[in-house]
Design a protein around this ligand. Structure first.
Ligand code: UDP
Ligand code: MG
Length: 312
C-alpha cells in the first residue's frame, strides 16, 4: 500500500504567493511514489488567502482547509493542522516556498530508514536581513544552552514527523505551545537533512520583531527555569560581595557609607534569591498544570499480552 504523507501549511495573509505555492507543491506531488494531502490552516487571514485556497480545492482534490476564527499565531496553527492529519508521516512547512519541497524526498528517505523525526536544518538563509539571521543564530544557541532538552540549532518548523510522534503531540494541550521544543521533548529517533532556505517567493514576513520576541520567550519559558536560576545566582553574588565588603571594612575601618553599601547589597542579594526560589516553585506548579506525560515509552518487550495490558 502507498504511504500517505500529510503536509501542514499555516497561512496568514499569503494572497500574493499561495496559488504559486499550491501549484509548485502539486507539481512536486505528481512525481512522487507516495500519496499526499495538503492541510492548510488559515490563521485568521484578512486578505483573500481563504478564497484562493478554496478555488484551488476545485482543481486539486487533496487540499484540505481549516479556518481559524481569528489570528491565533503560527504555533497554534501548526498544532491544529497536525491534529487534522491522516498521513503515516506529517511534514510541516511555510506556505511561502521558503522551505523547498525538493527536500521532502530526502526526509522521506530518512523516515523510511527508521528515523521518526527528520528536521530540516538550514545551511544558509537566502534573502533574509542581517538582523534576522544574527538574532535567529543567537536565539537557537541560547535555547540550546538554557533548556534541558536538545532543540537542534538552525532548525525551524520545517520537518517530517512519524505518526507516532504526531500522536504524542496531539495529546499535548499547552496554552502556548512551542512546537519545535515539544517535538524534541517527545524524543524517538531524530535526525536532520540540510537545506538552503530560500527567499520568500512573494509577500513579506509575517514575523515582525514583536512576534519573534514572543516566540523566543515562549521557547525559553516553556522549556527552562534558567532565568529563575539566574536570579538566584545574581542574588548569591550580591550577597557574597556584601559579605566580603563587610569583612574588609571591619579590618580597614567601618564608616556609615560602607555600612549602607553592605546592607544594600545584602538585601538586594536576599530579595533576588527569594524571588528566584519563589519563581521556581511557581515554575514547578506551571509544569504540573501543563500535564505533559511524565515519560513516553517507545517499545516494550518480554511482557506477556496480559501483563502488557496492566501498564496501558
Ligand atoms: N503564519 C501564521 N500565523 C502568524 C504568522 C505567520 O500562520 O501569525 C504563517 C505564515 O503564513 C507562514 C508561516 O507561518 O506560512 C511562517 O511565517 P513567515 O514566513 O512570515 O515567517 P519567516 O519565514 O519570515 O520566519
Ligand atoms: Mg517564511
Amino acid at each position: 500500500m502507498r504511504n500517505l504523507i500529510s503536509i501542514v501549511l499555516p497561512v496568514y495573509n499569503e494572497e500574493e504567493g499561495i496559488v504559486k505555492t499550491i501549484e509548485v507543491l502539486e507539481h512536486f506531488i505528481e512525481k512522487q511514489p507516495q500519496d499526499f494531502e495538503l492541510i492548510f490552516i488559515d490563521d485568521g487571514s484578512l486578505d483573500s488567502s481563504v478564497a484562493l485556497i478554496k478555488s484551488m480545492q476545485q482543481k486539486f482534490l487533496n487540499i484540505k482547509l481549516i479556518e481559524f476564527s481569528r489570528n491565533f499565531g503560527h504555533q497554534l496553527a501548526i498544532s491544529a493542522g497536525i491534529r487534522y492529519t491522516m498521513g503515516d508521516a506529517v511534514v510541516v512547512m511555510d506556505a511561502d516556498l521558503q522551505d523547498p519541497p525538493a527536500v521532502i524526498p530526502a526526509m522521506i528517505k530518512e523516515w523510511q530508514d527508521g528515523a521518526q523525526v527528520v528536521y530540516g536544518k538550514r545551511k544558509s538563509r537566502e534573502g533574509e536581513s542581517w538582523f534576522k539571521k544574527t538574532s535567529a543564530a543567537v536565539f537557537y544557541r541560547l535555547l540550546q544552552r538554557v533548556t534541558s532538552i536538545n532543540i537542534p540549532v538552525d532548525t525551524g518548523d520545517f520537518r517530517l514527523m512519524d505518526r507516532r510522534v504526531v500522536n504524542e503531540l496531539r495529546k499535548m494541550n499547552e496554552t502556548d505551545p512551542f512546537v519545535r521544543g515539544l517535538v524534541s521533548w517527545v524524543g524517538f529517533k531524530q535526525t536532520s537533512v540540510e537545506y538552503e532556505r530560500q527567499e520568500r517567493f512573494a509577500g513579506s514576513s509575517k514575523y515582525p520583531l514583536k512576534k519573534m520576541i514572543n516566540l523566543a520567550l515562549s521557547g525559553i519559558t516553556s522549556f527552562s527555569d534558567f532565568p529563575l536560576k539566574l536570579l538566584i545566582w545574581t542574588g548569591g553574588l550580591s550577597l557574597c560581595f556584601s559579605g566580603i565588603y563587610l569583612l574588609t571594612s571591619l579590618i580597614i575601618g567601618f564608616t556609615e557609607l560602607k555600612f549602607l553599601i553592605c546592607t544594600l547589597f545584602g538585601l538586594v542579594g536576599l530579595s533576588l534569591i527569594g524571588m528566584g526560589l519563589l519563581g521556581i516553585y511557581i515554575y514547578k506548579t506551571f509544569q504540573a498544570s501543563r500535564k505533559r506525560p511524565l515519560y513516553i515509552v517507545s517499545e516494550t518487550s518480554g511482557f506477556s499480552q496480559k501483563s502488557q495490558q496492566n501498564y496501558l
